[in-house]
Ligand binder design. Structure first.
Ligand code: SF4
Length: 363
């Protein structure tokens, strides 16, 4: 079925049914600005108009089947029209406790991690996500539906701010089910809608595409001047180890990857986020930290160290806290900015290859 936020389709139908242009605008306003995704909530539209639209359009192209709420996260499991499950997760960045006034903790930012594919075709050694098997790419409207749903949820859960402005998703990260650059056209179209003033109106620096390093599509990002933030799943500082744990590195060699990333930084002036997984005795050795310093020296980079999420089907172990801190110290000594994945991200298993085994098994 067509979705209500498909401008092209909506305008064709508006012409056929002689719906005036201002009413079309009202529909978009209800969806994107008022954060309404239920027909009943769209009170600025007449019942007659809603009845006309209902027969041709559904509001979203995904249905939410499960919501898991916590203080710092909300996870959604959606079902596609053809019966597959995709997930998205909201991350709440609450004000630091030491700055709380009058017992009121402010919600500083809201980030949404979204899916762009069903399963992952990349097959990394340490990952259970690809065991879901790659099924298909998501369409642009399935990607946008995740954000519309999350915004509507935020509105229902938190209401408006004290100054009566709305709270909504301020950062979108393509970092859930998985390789967004292998679904380039649909991802690009969805990003354009995210940036559009009369849609989500996100800043370019508030949209992040995370990639395992698919060189031709990073080149396309440069050509198309999408100018969004880039996160790269690096996971190893040299070709040999990268190839061992990420088979895709055989096709897209590390030196060539770094060349294209340098070009990306040159044209966008964006800092690159490098995801680096901490697997005991494999990626966490001090000499690898030294190599990583060499690789990223003089590059605009930030490293995220992600403790591995151990599971019963892959014989790998999470690095010890001591090894992680030691690795971090070496990077810092080499003037590389680095963070260890915060507990909320870890709890949510938010990162490439961090989907929990239990959930994969369940699916
Ligand atoms: S680690 Fe990321 S890119 Fe690799 S198989 Fe898993 S989800 Fe795909």
């Amino acid at each position: 079925m067509n979705v209500l936020f498909d401008q092209e389709k909506l305008e064709i139908r508006a012409k056929e049914r002689k719906i005036p242009q201002f009413k079309v605008k009202q529909i978009f306003f209800e969806l994107f600005k008022n954060q309404h995704i239920e027909w009943d909530e769209m009170t600025t539209l007449s019942n007659q108009l809603k009845d006309e639209l209902k027969s041709d359009f559904s509001v979203l192209s995904l249905k939410c089947m499960e919501t898991v709420e916590a203080e710092t996260t909300t996870k959604f499991a959606f079902q596609t029209e053809d019966g597959y499950t995709v997930e998205a997760i909201i991350m709440y960045h609450w004000q630091d406790e030491k700055y709380i006034k009058n017992n009121k903790r402010k919600l500083n930012r809201i980030t949404l991690c979204i899916s762009s594919q069903i399963g992952c075709p990349v097959n990394c050694l340490f990952c259970v996500t690809w065991k879901l098997w790659f099924t298909r790419n998501l369409t642009w409207d399935e990607i946008i539906s995740q954000i519309l749903y999350a915004n509507a949820y935020i509105f229902k859960r938190f209401g408006k701010k004290e100054d009566w402005t709305h709270r909504w998703v301020r950062n979108v990260v393509f970092m859930w089910m998985w390789e967004p650059l292998l679904n380039y056209d649909e991802v690009k179209k969805s990003v354009e809608i995210m940036l559009q003033q009369d849609r989500f109106s996100l800043g370019r620096r508030h949209v992040t595409i995370s990639t395992a390093g698919i060189i031709p599509w990073i080149e396309r990002l440069i050509e198309d001047k999408l100018d969004v933030k880039l996160a790269v799943s690096l996971h190893a500082p040299n070709q040999q180890l990268r190839e061992r744990i990420m088979p895709i590195a055989r096709r897209y060699q590390l030196d060539k990857l770094m060349e294209v990333i340098d070009r990306y930084v040159e044209v966008t002036d964006n800092r690159i986020f490098y995801e680096y997984i901490m697997i005991a005795w494999i990626t966490d050795k001090p000499e690898l930290a030294d190599e990583l310093v060499e690789l990223l020296r003089d590059r605009l980079a930030h490293v995220n160290l992600i403790p591995y999420n151990s599971n019963p089907v892959i014989d790998l172990k999470e690095s010890s806290e001591k090894s992680i801190q030691n690795f971090k110290r070496i990077l810092e000594k080499g003037w590389i900015t680095v963070t260890v994945r915060e507990s909320m991200w870890r709890e949510a298993k938010w990162a490439c290859g961090q989907l929990g085994y239990e959930r994969v098994k369940k699916k």
